[in-house]
Design a protein around this ligand. Structure first.
Ligand code: NQM
Length: 349
């Protein structure tokens, strides 16, 4: 039996197999069936496949040369839910995106030009653009460097991400309902989409501190039921339709910052709790916190000298996001990630 070429990569705080689209079946049903076999789903332990038994390690990236003007590659992200085997393309993933740069160079889709190489990515899931700067000393990708990101041990080469067109990418507007606050099931929420549809809620309004561990939050069955009810209504208000089987919107509990950031977060993605925070989720959190009439207004703390460069605190540190506003909307979101090639070889069905 012949295998399928596959590179296992860590992108930011996520991990998963990367494929060239041309190495997978072109029919999407056959492709999804192959992906389930490769990941080992449906099965919570994903014991018979490459999946890591958690949404953050049950992710797949599919890359192809881009036919679009001004882009090098197209990036399709698929989220596999380990236990159910649901495969969703409704969300994007900014963590996996970090590894799209080095993968595209390693597979020869983009030629390394100098010590740094730009990779212009069309993000299929959100119909938007990201430019990545990859370290390529002497024309070769390096993963070694001094950059540390919270949630990943050690240091690695930096990958700069610049996102364009994320405001309203999935919901049509940065504030999909046109309001800074919506009340759902008696809980005040700010519904925001700066690349990841997100529902911001004050942890205190749900009788929490907002500093609980992901494990404690996941063990709170009553909370999970309340959040799912809010999420289903929010999905409709955010023009996403019935989100029952979708991994968006993300549910973010906020609390006052404790370590110099603008806000502290705990994010349900949407049923497990993130050990850190998603990249585009952080971009959405940052944007949502800046609305003077939003749920974060009473607790967000900004650096007056640099109000658009903010740290989003999460369970294991913080993620720095820079937002460039033009009037009422955001035209560029920037942040730093790292990535690593873990394995390159063949995967068997
Ligand atoms: O928000 C997890 C992750 C993500 C998504 C999730 C992500 C993003 O951390 O851009 O990166 O929210 O499902 O990989």
């Amino acid at each position: 039996m012949s295998g399928i070429p596959c590179m296992l990569m860590r992108g930011g705080t996520s991990k998963g197999p990367f494929f060239l689209a041309s190495d997978l079946p072109s029919d999407s049903e056959a492709r999804n069936q192959a992906i389930l076999t490769i990941m080992g789903s449906p099965d919570a332990r994903q014991i018979d496949g490459m999946g890591g038994s958690h949404p953050l390690t049950s992710k797949v990236a599919i890359i192809s040369p881009s036919n679009r003007d001004g882009f090098d590659v197209d990036y399709l992200f698929l989220q596999v839910t380990p236990e159910t085997g649901a495969i969703s393309d409704s969300q994007n993933c900014g963590n996996m995106l970090a590894a799209v740069g080095p993968f595209s160079i390693e597979r020869g889709l983009v030629k390394a030009v100098s010590d740094e190489t730009a990779v212009r990515v069309f993000m299929v899931n959100s119909d938007s653009r990201a430019d990545l700067i990859v370290q390529t000393p002497n024309g070769n990708v390096t993963y070694d460097g001094d950059t540390r990101i919270d949630g990943v041990p050690g240091t690695h080469a930096p990958i700069l991400q610049n996102y364009y067109g994320t405001a309203g990418a999935q919901c049509g507007a940065l504030l999909p309902t046109g309001r800074q606050i919506d009340v759902i099931d008696d809980v005040e929420c700010t519904l925001v989409d700066n690349g990841m549809p997100t529902v911001l809620m004050r942890a205190g309004d749900l009788d929490l501190t907002g500093y609980e561990t992901p494990e404690a939050l996941e063990a709170n069955e009553n909370l999970k039921l309340r959040l799912e009810s809010i999420r289903l209504t929010a999905g409709k208000l955010m023009k996403l339709g019935n989100v029952k089987d979708m991994t968006i919107p993300k549910m973010c509990l906020i609390a006052p910052p404790r370590n110099g950031g603008i806000i502290s977060t705990r994010t349900f993605i949407p049923h497990r709790v993130h050990q850190t925070v998603g990249v585009l989720a952080a971009a959405s959190d940052a944007a949502g916190c800046m609305f003077p009439g939003g749920v974060a207004a009473s607790m967000a703390e900004f650096d007056e000298m640099n109000p658009c460069r903010v740290d989003i605190e999460h369970p294991t540190g913080a993620l720095t996001v820079e937002l460039e506003w033009e009037g009422e909307t955001i035209i560029r979101t920037a942040l730093l990630r790292t990535a690593r090639k873990i394995m390159d070889g063949m995967v068997f069905l």
